[in-house]
Design a protein around this ligand. Structure first.
Ligand SMILES: [Fe+2]
Ligand SMILES: [Fe+2]
Length: 423
């Protein structure tokens, strides 16, 4: 069985690498500003979660894969190091210039080392993953920014990988230089107090009761007298602002290092869903004549939630924001149908379907996340207390981002009316 055990050992390492990638590469998401890059990272993280799950499934069919899901310390140390650059572009360079190429090399090694017929089930998976990794490398190119710091950091991580002889020990080991300094010996990572939105203007919230202040005017969403075309633009802004959810949900992975893998798998799916919902708005608004540089991005939810522990973040997300959004969204969907806009109907239908899954994830995983943090109250009681905590935190950390644009330049409810041709 030595041959099987050796291949299972390699699969186990690959599983741990993909697992750790999603725990740590998610820290890039709220630190980079460009929406398209956030979307791409969410997609790559989701694909990595898929790789990890398939590896675990196949690995467990083979003797020697092991039952647990723990990540060995050397792998954890590499990824803990990888998140430390303060400049997100530099951190991105490390992930995509050092770690991902080494991972691709490791998959190629697996393919060359295994028996094509005996290990056919693994081979098919690994071929698939190699295709994904090659595509990831192509997809990220447009977002990579070369700099001396990026090159130096890529080399730094490369040296760590080389010291292990590649990620699978498939290459000759090159010992670390004697003057090598681990950044993780000197500092620890902290989530930034606020998230980035690149070249887009920011604000505290896109929701209000004032049609001259924000694009989404709460009473208009549910008022039967509101023009459906106005509702369509408002709901696309709402969807685009699910970028909030992308940014704060991305913080939860790193903060739950001991979560079962299936929890991170479902969080990765949740994250990717939210990024798609945000892209619905981001891609459709310009088609309706909205200049995206006039749409402010709201930062309140990230700013408030990052101050709360991860299980409270997740509780607010699934049990409050998502569970609470259905009645209004149902009304909105009815109104949109008046427009015979098949694409809008489709996007909203998928959004609703995804959101139902998210609430389901919440019911499944919130108790487990609470347990990770020693929270023993019944879920309902914990959620109530968290809602109250959120209120006090919102008073302290919310409402602090001033409008990035003067009223005459930003998209507001009244501007939306003008845009669709009603005064
Ligand atoms: Fe969503
Ligand atoms: Fe959601």
């Amino acid at each position: 069985m030595a041959a099987v055990q050796e291949m299972a050992r390699l699969q186990r390492v690959l599983f741990e690498l993909e697992r750790e990638f999603l725990r740590t590469a998610t820290t890039l998401i709220y630190r980079v500003g460009e929406p398209e890059l956030k979307y791409l990272l969410c997609q790559h993280v989701w694909e990595s979660a898929g790789h990890a799950r398939f590896l675990r499934e196949r690995g467990r069919e083979m003797a020697g894969f092991g039952n647990g899901e723990d990540v060995r310390p050397e792998i954890r140390r590499l990824f803990t190091e990888a998140i430390l650059p303060e400049d997100a572009d530099v951190a991105l360079a490390g992930f995509y210039g050092a770690i991902k190429p080494a991972l691709l090399h490791a998959y190629r090694h697996y393919l060359s080392a295994t028996h094509h017929l005996a290990d056919w089930p693994s081979r098919k998976l690994v071929e698939e993953f190699i295709g994904d990794e090659e595509r990831h490398a192509r997809e990220i190119v447009a977002f990579q920014k070369d700099s001396p710091a990026a090159a130096e950091w890529t080399q730094h991580l490369g040296a760590i990988i080389a010291a292990g002889g590649g990620l699978l020990g498939e290459r000759t080991r090159i010992p670390l230089p004697t003057d090598f300094i681990w950044l993780s010996d000197r500092r620890t990572y902290r989530h930034p107090e606020t998230c980035k939105r690149g070249r887009y203007p920011t604000c505290s919230s896109v929701f209000s009761y004032d049609a001259d202040e924000t694009p989404i005017v709460r009473p208009w969403l549910v008022d039967p007298a509101t023009d459906a075309r106005v509702i369509r633009i408002m709901v696309y802004v709402w969807l685009m602002m699910e970028m909030d959810a992308v940014d704060y949900l991305a913080t939860v992975f790193l903060d739950t290092p001991n979560a079962p893998f299936d929890l991170h798998h479902d969080l990765a799916r949740h994250l990717w869903d939210e990024s798609r919902h945000s892209a619905f708005g981001y891609r459709q608004l310009p088609k309706l004549g909205v200049d995206l540089t006039t749409v402010e991005h709201s930062l309140d939810l990230y700013n408030i939630l990052v101050q709360m522990p991860p299980h409270e973040r997740y509780a607010m997300m699934t049990m409050e924001f998502e569970a609470g959004s259905f009645p209004t969204k149902a009304l909105v969907m009815d109104r949109i149908r008046e427009l015979n806009d098949f694409e809008a109907d489709t996007l909203l239908a998928f959004d609703r379907n995804d959101e139902q899954n998210h609430v389901r994830y919440g019911h499944r995983w919130l108790p487990e996340m609470m347990a990770l943090f020693g929270e023993t109250r019944p879920v309902e009681e914990f959620v109530k207390a968290t809602q109250a905590h959120f209120k006090t935190m919102a008073e302290r950390f919310g409402g602090r981002t001033p409008h990035g644009l003067p009223a005459e330049r930003r998209l507001t409810g009244n501007k939306i009316k003008a845009l669709v041709g009603i005064a």
